[in-house]
Design a protein around this ligand. Structure first.
Ligand code: NAD
Length: 507
């Protein structure tokens, strides 16, 4: 066992002690392009989490009392550190997640934009003031930090998803305990180093590595006040129910099944490009990936061959090299995704492009022979009731469902239990406007296949894609990480006073 051991971040420094001692548990970290185990991650136990939360609670109280000017200076320092180290962070993401380097850099950039938004803390945290609401009485509101915030993140965006939450939580004066995915844990430690370089006091930002045990410890800890979670729907529901039952505010973002509707009047060349980019970018391991293309008759006949042709040009390979698409995150996940290819065929869907064809291409002595590969796959004539449609596959599998009208497309999208993202491709402004009004989905693209909101808007789906009522970042993020207080004040002249038991009449 000579691989490095990845630990957490506690009290302003790497925390290698985590997980040590009797009963220690570890997870394996792989390089998905080679299939080799490159490190082990030490899982925090309940006691470890307790120690980190206790330190965070003290550090958070001091940090929350620091001036907003001081906090903003640290935010600018964090933004600079993140920007300076973006390529290093991207390289670590590619090494543990597998996505191509350019895509990893894009992920860091989108997270950086939330850090930039959080640099506006003095404005974002402003309260309101009403002068002379009654004789000599003023009212003002303030927003105060909630305390310790837990952030629990998924494997598919090991930098961006933590950055959706952490900068705003810290700018608002809270302490954070981040529990990243155990599959790609290292990016979180580089984020911790960036915070330290920015001058954030020790104990305000912390990382615990681990699995269900660490998550459960955070969900029930009395000093954790708020939980921001992103992951699959069953775990999001569990996190929401458990943490709210323990008195915490919770935003739990779940899984997705994103539909891209193509109307007959759409620019089909643009739609085919979009379907390939949104279906196979990051090997389909994006919560905003397009996994269902809804072809309104008769576009399927032209569009399916156009998509298949483009797919044949995609280079699948090691994300550090010349590739458009990398491997899947683990061997187990690759096998699960690949199992849908048989399931879809058996259920009667038409397998137009079989991503398994690529798996035999690599020579046994190729460095990447044991990587977690699956090529881009296209199914046509998919229908609800087939597992390839009903399940979130979270891999490079695009399903085409053919429908006869706009209304049938809308009904299909709205009947799906998920409501994360969707897109419509059309040249008809009226149809696009109708769709954005009628669709039961949180993020809508019009001729934009992956409509991820900018940092100053809020990110979040509807239905089984989000439990809780607050979306991530933007002003909803500021709201989530602060508690409102309203102060009514009077500074009476010495001459005023007297007894009056009536309700004020404001005259
Ligand atoms: P996951 O649900 O398996 O894991 C997410 C987090 O929960 C991880 O930190 C993991 O350690 C923890 N976890 C896993 N099982 C747990 C359990 N039984 N109890 C407590 N904690 C547990 O998700 P994943 O596979 O890492 O990520 C992919 C999923 O995330 C997909 O479903 C994807 O759609 C979703 N996702 C959603 C969004 C969004 O914005 N809605 C964004 C990114 C990813």
């Amino acid at each position: 066992m000579d691989e490095p051991i990845i630990g957490g971040w506690h009290d302003g420094a790497p925390w290698q002690g985590e997980g040590s001692g009797p009963g220690t548990r570890y997870g394996d970290v792989h390089d998905p392009a080679t299939g080799r185990r490159t490190a082990r991650v030490a899982f925090a136990g309940t006691a470890d989490v307790g120690r980190v939360v206790a330190r965070a609670e003290v550090a958070g109280r001091e940090w929350g009392a620091a001036s907003v000017t001081r906090r903003t200076q640290v935010m600018f320092g964090f933004r600079e550190a993140l920007h300076r180290r973006r390529e290093e962070i991207a390289a670590v993401i590619t090494a543990e997640h597998g996505k191509v380097l350019d895509d990893a850099l894009g992920e860091v950039q989108r997270g950086l934009e939330v850090a930039e938004f959080a640099c506006g803390a003095p404005h974002l945290l402003k309260g309101s003031f009403s002068h002379e609401v009654s004789g000599g009485i003023d009212v003002h509101s303030i927003r105060q930090p909630v305390g310790v915030v837990a952030v629990i993140s998924p494997f598919n965006f090991p930098a961006m998803v933590p950055l959706w939450f952490v900068p705003l939580a810290i700018a608002a004066g809270n302490a954070v305990v981040l529990k990243p995915s155990e599959k790609d844990p290292s990016a979180s430690l580089l984020l911790a180093e960036c915070w330290a370089e920015a001058g954030l006091p020790a104990g305000v930002f912390n990382v615990v590595q681990g699995d269900k045990e660490a998550v459960d410890a955070l969900l029930v800890h009395p000093d954790v006040q708020a939980v921001s979670f992103v992951g699959s729907t069953p775990i999001a529901r569990y996190v929401y129910e458990t943490a709210t039952a323990h008195g915490k505010r919770v935003q739990a973002l779940g899984g997705a099944k994103n539909h891209m509707v193509v109307l007959p009047d759409a620019d089909l060349e643009a739609a085919a490009d979009a379907a390939v980019n949104a279906g196979f970018g990051s090997a389909g391991e994006r919560c905003m990936a397009v996994s269902v293309l809804v072809a309104v008759d008769p576009v399927g006949d032209d569009l399916v061959p156009m998509i298949a042709k483009r797919m044949s040009t995609l280079r699948v390979g090691d994300g550090r090299g010349e590739a458009d698409m990398g491997p899947l995150v683990t061997g187990a996940h690759r096998d699960r995704v690949a199992s849908y290819l048989d399931a879809g065929t058996e259920a009667g869907a038409e397998l137009v492009v079989d991503g398994r064809d690529l798996m035999g291409d690599r020579a046994a002595d190729d460095e990447t022979a044991d990587g977690f590969w699956l090529g881009p796959t296209l199914f046509d004539r998919v229908r609800p009731g087939m597992s390839v449609y009903d399940d979130e596959i979270f891999g490079p599998v695009l399903s085409v469902v053919r429908v006869e009208s706009y209304d049938a497309a809308l009904d299909l999208v709205n009947a799906n239990p998920h409501g994360n993202g969707t897109a419509i491709f059309t040249r008809d402004g009226g149809a696009a406007r109708r769709y954005q009004q009628e669709v039961q989905v949180g993020m809508v693209g019009v001729n934009v296949p992956v409509p991820v909101p900018m940092a100053y808007y809020s990110f979040g789906g509807w239905k089984a894609s989000l439990f809780g009522d607050t979306h991530a970042h933007g002003t909803e993020g500021v709201h989530f990480y602060t508690r409102g207080k309203v102060v009514t004040s009077r500074w009476p002249d010495p001459g005023t006073g007297g007894i009056d038991l009536g309700f004020p009449r404001h005259d």
